[in-house]
Write a new protein. Structure first.
Length: 164
């Protein structure tokens, strides 16, 4: 593990009540970390992200996220019934987040955070890995992404035919 990776891992682990426990969890792949101290997370439905990105190809989505969320970090959780993306944002974002269609997780919520080298399926992985300590998305950039995705989804939805 290089110095930057260690520093980012330590920064993320510090959001756990027992950072050493989080580091051990990272060793196995996913650490359960609490939101609120180092970061919060905005849960984004995959259809919104994919519509904004113009498709589902993981490389294209990653390139899109890097462009619209520069300096940020995004987890893709493709397990289970729903498919979600989690944009890491600054602590306190939940107090002013009002964007419909995406939820800012409350402080104290446990989030599965992948080890930094997990950047592809299967399972939770980084769609946009953090590049430095404190790599967070701005809430405004995430809100803009949601608006773009919702607008594109609305344009794709066929309007019902009117009968005379």
């Amino acid at each position: 593990m290089n110095q930057t990776t260690r520093a980012i891992t330590d920064w993320l682990a510090a959001s756990h009540d027992t950072p050493a426990q989080a580091r051990r969890e990272f060793d196995t792949g996913i650490a359960l970390l609490r939101t609120g101290t180092r970061f919060e997370a905005i849960r984004l439905p995959a259809p919104i992200v994919h519509a904004a990105a113009g498709g589902e190809d993981p490389d294209a989505v990653a390139a899109f996220l890097a462009k619209v969320l520069p300096g940020g970090a995004v987890i893709h959780d493709a397990y289970g019934v729903g498919v979600w993306y989690y944009a890491l944002v600054p602590p306190g974002t939940h107090t002013h987040w009002r964007t419909p269609g995406a939820e800012c997780l409350r402080p104290g919520t446990w989030l599965g955070v992948p080890r930094l080298d997990l950047t592809a399926r299967p399972g939770p992985h980084w769609a946009l890995p953090p590049r430095a300590v404190g790599s967070l998305c701005t809430a405004q950039a995430v809100a803009d992404l949601v608006a773009l995705g919702q607008n594109r989804l609305l344009r794709q939805t066929p309007t019902p035919e009117r009968t005379p």
